[in-house]
Design a protein around this ligand. Structure first.
Ligand code: CA
Length: 228
């Protein structure tokens, strides 16, 4: 059960969303404009915001930017435009996920569950303050990372992996724990982790044979620590 803010100006879509979410035992508040949405998030705590991109007062990306200025609540974009470039831009601008209209209730529920799982896992994780390990600086809120002052271009998963390890510098994290915390899976194959670790390594400018930050302990797990 989650507290949801629905931002949608189409009365028909809005009522349908409210009905489905309420049926799924979520608590729902709803507004029809971006400015009302900003007021809502400033005064109430939500677990997730479903944001329509076509609002009467502000462009969706503008609305998202303003929302991000005051809250880090997970935001799922609902868009009628199936424009990949724009969706990528919005995900980079801080949206957590997106749905292309028309979407099914099942689809919405699945996306919501994933977003909530991620944000709850993050809530149990390290504090949201900036993490520093050696020359690495990781800002979980802005989802940005730098190495020796240079911005790292990381995928979402690489960032999550790096941030999770950097929150526990010097601690060996078991693969099982990484799967559970970063991938939110209770099981899976080690290869997934290895592949992402090797991509991350490459971006950090190191190799498994010559590690600087990322150290793999065969059969045990991985740890991140500043270079000696
Ligand atoms: Ca609309």
């Amino acid at each position: 059960m989650a507290s949801v803010l629905v931002v949608e100006d189409d009365q028909f879509v809005r009522s349908a969303l409210i009905r489905h979410l309420t049926d799924a035992s979520h608590t729902v508040r709803s507004v029809g404009t971006a400015l009302e949405a900003l007021r809502e998030v400033a005064h109430h705590r939500f677990d997730v915001v479903i944001l329509d991109l076509g609002l009467p007062d502000l462009d969706g990306s503008e609305a998202l930017k303003m929302l991000r200025g005051i809250t880090d609540v997970p935001v799922i974009i609902a868009t009628a435009r199936d424009d990949e470039a724009e969706i990528v831009r919005l995900l980079n601008a801080g949206a957590d996920d997106y749905l292309t209209k028309p979407f099914s209730v099942e689809h919405l529920s699945a996306r919501m569950a994933a977003v909530l799982r991620r944000s709850r896992a993050a809530g149990d994780g390290p504090p949201s303050g900036v993490l520093r390990v050696g020359g690495l600086t990781i800002d979980p809120l802005r989802r940005s990372a730098e190495l020796d002052g240079a911005v790292l271009d990381l995928t979402r998963r690489e960032f999550d992996l790096l941030a999770f390890l950097a929150g526990r510098p010097g601690v060996v994290v078991a693969r099982r724990e990484l799967l559970a915390e970063v991938w939110q899976q209770s099981y899976g194959d080690d290869q997934t982790i290895d592949v992402h670790l090797s991509w991350l390594r490459r971006k950090l400018g190191e190799t498994a044979a010559n590690p600087r930050y990322l150290h793999t302990l065969r059969g045990v797990g991985v740890k991140l620590e500043p270079p000696a």
